[in-house]
Design a protein around this ligand. Structure first.
Ligand SMILES: C[S@@+](CC[C@H](N)C(=O)[O-])C[C@H]1O[C@@H](n2cnc3c(N)ncnc32)[C@H](O)[C@@H]1O
Length: 240
């Protein structure tokens, strides 16, 4: 008799994703490691199994609603924390070369352990600030896709993220709800940095009243060399 599908598998099915046995094991092991490491460092406030599956794993994968991820070769996750959304995307789309960037070294140590334990190949972790890495030749305008969840307001985030993206690529910001004011305040920054807002997908996650928004900004021009400004400036003085 066929085994009954878990809640997680059903949610992913709604996104058109069917997990292999190996991927199911990888997600379960990732959950266990989050639980173990969370006892000694602050990785996530969400700890319940079904909640992690929905609010971290499924949420990370909602990008398939707006992007054909099969066409992506290189991805950077800016302010990845415990690996969201970068690691779930890597598990389901192993062909992508994924760079995980965070300014907190203990989170980078956790991510290195996860990549090793889950046998994830072509994962690079970077410890430091987006403003510094985006100025380095080997990372600047080198990615098909930049993703970021819960890191900063859209103006600041655009300055962190757009410099990493190839012309023709995209930056996707994962948010709860986004106010008209935040959208309005980011317009000038997005344009100056070479971007254009092309999609704003608002939806509810699962059967909850958990409002989510995916905002896609396409890179239509190269980012001027003076951006990003020095570390700390984009958050203190966002481009308005
Ligand atoms: C609220 S957490 C979100 C983590 C993860 N993206 C998630 O959704 O669970 C924000 C993360 O962004 C990192 N961060 C904030 N500013 C950054 C910057 N300028 N460069 C790199 N990482 C940054 C923090 O260290 C933190 O881990």
């Amino acid at each position: 008799m066929a085994e009954e599908k878990s809640l997680f598998e059903k949610e992913l099915e709604n996104l058109g994703i069917t997990l292999t046995e190996r991927q199911k094991e990888q997600f379960d092991r990732y959950y266990e490691m989050l639980t173990e490491w969370n006892r000694v460092m602050n990785l996530t406030g969400i700890t319940d199994y079904d909640e992690v599956n929905l609010k971290h794993f499924t949420d990370s994968l909602t990008i398939v609603r707006i992007k054909n991820v099969n066409e992506i070769s290189t991805l950077i996750d800016v302010g990845t924390g415990a690996g969201f959304p970068g690691i779930p995307i890597k598990i389901v789309f192993p062909h992508i070369k994924v760079v995980l960037l965070d300014s907190l070294n203990k989170r980078i140590r956790f991510l290195n352990a996860v990549a090793e334990e889950l046998n994830l190949e072509n994962v690079e972790t970077l410890h430091g600030r987006a403003e510094d890495f985006a100025r380095k030749k080997e990372y600047r305008e080198r990615f098909d896709l930049c993703v970021s969840r819960a890191v900063a307001n859209l103006s600041t985030l655009s300055e962190y993220c757009l410099p990493f993206v190839n012309k023709g690529g995209s930056f996707v910001s994962y948010k709860g709800s986004i106010s008209d004011e935040e959208l309005h305040d980011s317009k000038r920054a997005v344009e100056i940095l070479g971007g254009k807002i092309v999609k704003c997908d608002k939806f509810m996650l699962g059967d909850t009243d958990n409002r989510r928004t995916l905002l896609e900004i396409e890179k239509v021009k190269n980012t001027p060399g003076k951006y990003p400004r020095k570390a700390g400036v984009p958050s203190k003085e966002p481009i308005m």
